[in-house]
Ligand binder design. Structure first.
Ligand SMILES: CCCCCCCCCCCCCCCCCCCC(=O)SCCNC(=O)CCNC(=O)[C@H](O)C(C)(C)COP(=O)(O)OP(=O)(O)OC[C@H]1O[C@@H](n2cnc3c(N)ncnc32)[C@H](O)[C@@H]1OP(=O)(O)O
Ligand SMILES: NC(=O)C1=CN([C@@H]2O[C@H](COP(=O)(O)OP(=O)(O)OC[C@H]3O[C@@H](n4cnc5c(N)ncnc54)[C@H](OP(=O)(O)O)[C@@H]3O)[C@@H](O)[C@H]2O)C=CC1
Length: 517
């Protein structure tokens, strides 16, 4: 491995990570273990969940394919991981006194990734996790004797009510402390009623509370060296630990899968708007580099890094649609509902028309078929959920934003040639068609756990669906002919007129092509 200032910096350090069981947290843990092998220990704040203890959860996480490369390099990598029981919504983050003592004595760097990223989260809960937990973590950080840097993961859409977003912390929509105090005594139904007024021109409680969290970081940092990372729409990995790693349905991934399965046929999005996807490994490389820079250079103010692609290497939703469809036609998903054929449109009425014709009508027919064959209808329910999800995402796929990336460029210029390779966050080199292809294949392999060797069978299934469609269209045509054409003289005349016109055109083209030979 080329010499790395970043890896050298992390050597012997104790690192605290929140949200380590999440999508980005896992990639952060993996990258630290692989590229900073001399790190002393990774303390992961984890809660028990779904009947699993925190130890079981961490053990299961490290079994995941994502860790294959680390496992190869160092089979004993588990020894660096220290799970710490924590429920971030509890007072004191639910960390026991002995653990608090241990953490305050040894932690050198904090990476705060945990958050609720749901767009429909009730405001009280989003505030509790995204804002109050951040406040409490900072207060814990204040007690750490050897803390060198605190890195907070925000989102590029925290200020999505603005068109142009600089790398600064904007004034909050409301003073966070005032909101926390007010919501404390309100019951849930009142909070639900006033939420739209509070979030104002932001689309959801997620972006609203992430904006407040940035402000809390600014207000409560005291003397801590702080940096804020603002990724845009985080997608599958580009290069590391291998291309296409993804493990969830969030953001575009669920949309790609629904389109690949032939369920999603239409969605409102602007073909020409920039699709600001950012690969997860890029975000993590930048995060680690920012941790190093913040600890070593100790910038006076909290530096914000917009981690986006649109201003550097733009790609558009229309292009994404094309490459997603092309990939899934060549590498079909198993048991597709219909052949993949999705289109995006910015026109509300056209979208509604296609929802009716291509979503609701086939769902009704299929549910009818399920009922008649004694099974439980399910397609309409799936479409209702899909419509809810795309309704929440459309805000982001229908507009453009412009992010400044001066701090990101500055940081890149500070890296040694070795670090620029090992912790690469230069998205100018990103080849979008190749990335989208790997992303789609990643959803197939790692989200849906489908085997690539089953692709011939999946293709065969698509051919079967095509034949069903041809048969269905033919039957429909004959039916229409029988019902309407055969019963009305005028319809028959129109029909014969159209057919004879077609014949005339055909004979004209045949004659002109014979003459030209
Ligand atoms: C036309 C084809 C070509 C495509 C081109 C155009 C594509 C346009 C895509 C536009 C995407 C824009 C994305 C913008 C996002 C930017 C926002 C800023 C980025 C961030 O900072 S945070 C990350 C973004 N956060 C999210 O994406 C979370 C959004 N999700 C939610 O809020 C909730 O999941 C949702 C959608 C309200 C659904 O809630 P609910 O009904 O309660 O379902 P669950 O979450 O409990 O999930 C149940 C079950 O379903 C799976 N699931 C979740 N989402 C989807 C989905 N979209 N499609 C399919 N399946 C989905 C989930 O994993 C659960 O499965 P289980 O097996 O665990 O039960
Ligand atoms: N994904 C994206 O597109 C983007 C994400 N971001 C930001 O990146 C960060 C990570 O996002 P991502 O990895 O995608 O999110 P995930 O939803 O995958 O992970 C969230 C993490 O937070 C943890 N967490 C949630 N609630 C609690 C709780 N009450 N107590 C303890 N831990 C909790 C989860 O733990 P558990 O496993 O126990 O639920 C999980 O580890 C977030 O701050 C998000 O705002 C920013 C831009 C885009």
């Amino acid at each position: 491995m080329a010499s790395s200032h970043i890896a050298e910096y992390y050597a012997g350090k104790s690192v605290l990570i929140t949200g380590a069981t999440g999508f980005m947290g896992k990639v952060l843990v993996e990258k630290m273990l692989r590229s900073c092998p001399r790190v002393s220990a990774l303390y992961l704040l984890v809660r028990p969940k779904a009947g699993q203890s925190m130890q079981e959860r961490v053990a299961a996480m490290m079994e995941c394919k994502l860790f294959d490369r680390v496992r190869e390099d160092n089979p004993d990598f588990h020894s660096k991981i220290v799970p710490v029981s924590s429920e971030l919504t509890q007072p004191g983050l639910g960390i026991g006194a002995a653990d608090v003592e241990r953490l305050t004595a040894c932690i050198n760097i904090v990476f705060h990734c945990a958050a609720t990223i749901r767009f429909d989260e009730p405001l009280k809960h989003a505030l509790q996790l995204n804002v109050i937990a951040t406040q409490q973590l900072l207060s814990l950080a204040q007690q750490m004797h050897h803390l060198e840097a605190f890195i907070h993961i925000s989102t590029a859409y925290a200020n999505c009510n603005r068109r142009h977003i600089d790398e600064i912390i904007y004034p909050p929509p409301v003073e966070p402390k005032k909101l926390i105090d007010s919501l404390e005594w309100m019951d849930d139904s009142i909070v639900r009623d006033i939420t739209p007024r509070l979030i104002g021109d932001r689309p959801n409680t997620y972006t609203y509370t992430k904006a407040l969290a940035e402000c809390v970081v600014q207000q409560e940092r005291g003397k801590i060296n702080v940096a804020i990372i603002r990724p845009s729409i985080v997608g599958a990995s580009w290069q590391e630990p291998f291309p296409g790693w993804i493990d969830n349905f969030n953001g575009p991934s669920g949309i790609f899968i629904a389109a690949g399965k032939g369920i999603l046929r239409t969605m409102r999005a602007n073909n020409d708007a920039v699709a600001d996807l950012i690969p997860v490994d890029v975000v993590i490389n930048l995060t680690l580099a920012a941790g190093w820079y913040t600890a070593v250079q100790k910038p006076k103010s909290a530096l914000v890094y917009n981690c986006t692609t649109g201003g550097i290497n733009p790609f558009h939703w229309g292009e994404i649609e094309h490459h997603v469809m092309s990939t899934f036609k060549r590498n079909p998903l198993e048991q597709a509902f219909r052949r993949p054929n999705a289109n995006i449109t910015s026109n509300y009425l056209i979208n509604q028309y296609w929802i009716l014709v291509s979503h609701k009508f086939p769902a009704l027919l299929y549910d009818l078929f399920l009922r008649l064959s004694g099974q439980k209808p399910q397609m309409m329910r799936i479409f209702n959920r899909l419509h809810k999800a795309i309704g929440l995402l459309e805000y982001f796929s229908s507009q453009d934003w412009e992010w400044n990336s001066e701090n990101l460029n500055m940081l890149m210029s500070q890296l040694s040639p070795g670090d620029r390779k090992t912790f690469n966050f230069d998205v100018r080199q990103l080849n979008w068609p190749e990335y989208i292809e790997n992303y789609c294949i990643g959803t197939k392999k790692y989200v849906l756990n489908e085997d690539m060797s089953e692709i011939p069978a999946a293709r065969q299934h698509l051919r079967k669906l095509r034949n069903i469609r041809y048969t269905f269209n033919t039957v429909l045509l004959v039916f229409i002919w029988r019902v309407f054409i055969a019963r009305s003289q005028m319809a028959r005349n129109i029909w014969y007129f159209v057919v004879s016109l077609c014949f005339k055109f055909l004979s004209y083209f045949r004659a002109s092509s014979t003459l030209s030979k």
